[in-house]
Design a protein. Structure first.
Length: 80
């Protein structure tokens, strides 16, 4: 879905930037220029940014948890 018509920025582009390490909405605006022209997309762009950040955080937590579980399995295997 196109979020910013002025600069043709999609929700996928916003989420991709977040996953690539974009840490703030200001940084996102500098990179993609989203919500820097008419401003009509600002709320939607910010919501998309925050959802992407929450999703990336949840994925990182899950990946960390999976790594923790693998370490426990290896520890049990070495004890047995």
């Amino acid at each position: 879905m196109i979020v910013c018509l002025c600069h043709r920025v999609s929700d996928h582009a916003i989420v991709s930037e977040v996953r690539a390490g974009c840490a703030s909405f200001d940084e996102l605006q500098d990179t993609l220029r989203v919500a820097t022209a008419c401003g009509a997309c600002a709320d939607c762009a910010l919501d998309t940014f925050e959802r992407g950040r929450d999703s990336a955080h949840a994925s990182a937590c899950y990946a960390g948890r999976a790594g923790h579980d693998r370490a426990i399995v290896r520890m049990h295997a070495s004890v047995a």
